[in-house]
Design a protein around this ligand. Structure first.
Ligand SMILES: NC(=O)c1ccc[n+]([C@@H]2O[C@H](COP(=O)([O-])OP(=O)(O)OC[C@H]3O[C@@H](n4cnc5c(N)ncnc54)[C@H](OP(=O)(O)O)[C@@H]3O)[C@@H](O)[C@H]2O)c1
Length: 435
């Protein structure tokens, strides 16, 4: 049977866009066998027609005029791989309104303006798919929306930013933060301006998307508290090693008593935990749910071909299905309240520098106790004229930890609180050693 011809367009023909076109050329046979369709890029929007491309497009494909895509009634779908909020936002709205399904890799756009885009898609009865926006080649959106539809996923732990994971694993090998960042840039794992990655904003956008899909309630970037890796130093790495742990930038989304909490911060991860072995630019997402206990998906979380494979998977899903139903778009069917900022519970590691004076330990312990923070382990190391206290607490709320640290900061002997990280471990906290 002759394949169905499917003309598609791309917004953007950079790292990902060119890789999508290459894949569609080189794997046309695979797609045709799987779907009976032959996808063909007929237009791709760029800014500069003269730029050299990794996989040059055939003559006449590249355009700088969005109208050539928006006004083409023959297009079956459009993949947005240009990034940015504007003009991308209005382009996607226009495409959806005109009845064209859209696939996007744009996490910031979805995390900040997803509500309007998905509402528009819903109204127009077309699909807006976004697998490539989170963890590139790892099919986590599909797994959450389709494979785990009855599972009630209530917690997600993720390493969802490859740049920071690369930096942290290089620091474990002895590099300083600056050296590790320079290396990440050298190998192409970090952008020239790495702010979005190292500040945690990239991971926060991805966690907002994952939480939205998992909990079925809109979570935006503004709902995610995030902190990056800029302040991690070799003393933090050494302290983690002492406890047989590693530092990772962890995204956490939790559903607690019908309210959600989504955050990104550096965390100490027990070496025995599956996320501790995720190294270099790799990503992993651990999903915890009623029926599944836990599933961990791991793989390359960025890169042109990796992202393109997810874009094409979404294209294939669109041409292989018809109509618009529950599984399409992000399927928000309820509105949950956000858990008040301080209420989430976790064990914590704190690194507190103090003057070495009699009674200081007791005063620190009093501050912790007055906020009901119970200490599981306390190790004191001597430094020039003072001491560093390494404190591991039993589970406490973020609010209690903040309150206790505020009080400790006010002690006359207090010098600096240089770390307060949640601890992620499947072992009991008291079993964690200090070697
Ligand atoms: N690269 C990755 O590893 C990766 C991973 C996951 C998700 N993503 C997401 O995928 C998207 C694309 O990333 P990328 O790495 O392929 O970016 P990129 O290499 O910078 O390519 C962007 C493309 O969009 C075009 N473009 C940008 N703004 C435009 C505008 N205002 N009008 C017309 N064309 C415009 C550029 O045109 P010119 O070529 O003429 O400049 C370029 O072809 C982003 O949303 C990114 O966050 C990327």
């Amino acid at each position: 049977m002759a394949p169905v011809d499917v003309p598609v367009a791309l917004l953007g023909y950079g790292t990902v866009g060119a890789a999508v076109n290459r894949f569609l050329h080189e794997n046309a046979g695979d797609i045709e066998r799987a779907t009976g369709h032959r996808l063909r890029v007929v237009k791709a929007l760029v800014r500069d027609l003269k730029k050299e491309r990794d996989f040059p497009a055939a003559p006449g494909i590249l355009t700088t005029d969005f109208a050539e895509i928006a006004d083409n009634p023959k297009l079956s779908l459009v993949a947005e791989v240009m990034g940015g909020l504007d003009p991308t936002h209005k382009y996607i709205l226009r495409l959806l309104e005109s009845g064209k399904p859209v696939v996007t890799a744009n996490k910031q756009l979805l995390a900040q303006r997803g509500a309007e885009l998905f509402a528009t898609a819903q109204e127009a009865g077309v699909q807006l798919r976004f697998e490539a926006s989170v963890c590139a080649a790892i099919p986590v959106i599909k797994v959450l929306r389709e494979s785990l539809v009855v599972t009630n996923v209530h917690r997600i732990l993720g390493i969802v930013n490859g740049t920071t994971n690369y930096i942290l694993t290089q620091m474990e090998l002895g590099a300083s933060y600056e050296e590790a960042l320079a290396e990440a840039k050298h190998y192409g794992y970090a952008e020239i301006d790495p702010t979005e990655d190292v500040s945690g904003a990239d991971a926060a956008a991805k966690m907002a998307i994952l939480a939205t899909v998992a909990f079925g309630s809109r979570v935006t970037l503004a709902d995610v508290q995030f902190e990056g890796v800029e302040h991690i130093n070799s003393a933090h790495v050494a302290a983690a090693r002492q406890m047989d742990m590693v530092i990772r930038l962890i995204g956490q989304a939790a559903l607690v008593d019908g309210r959600y909490d989504v955050r990104v911060s550096p965390a100490l991860v027990d070496r025995a935990h599956p996320l501790a072995s995720v190294e270099g630019p790799f990503n992993a997402v651990m999903l915890q749910g009623d029926a599944i206990r836990e599933i961990t998906l791991e793989g390359p979380g960025a890169g042109g071909i990796e992202t393109a494979s997810a874009v094409i998977a979404d294209m294939v899903s669109i041409i292989g299905t018809t109509g618009a139903g529950f599984l399409h778009n992000d399927a928000c069917w309820r509105t949950l309240d956000r858990l008040p900022a301080g209420e989430l519970r976790s064990p914590f590691y704190m690194q507190i520098s103090v003057d070495d004076r009699p009674g200081v330990l007791a005063r620190v312990a009093e501050c912790l106790a007055s906020h009901s923070v119970s200490v599981a382990r306390l190790v004191q190391t001597q430094v020039e004229g003072g001491a560093t206290l390494h404190v591991v607490s039993h589970e406490a709320t973020y609010g209690a930890i903040e309150g206790a640290l505020e009080e400790i900061r006010g002690l006359p002997e207090s010098r600096e609180i240089s770390a307060a990280f949640p601890v992620i471990s499947q072992r009991g906290i008291s079993e964690l050693g200090w070697t």
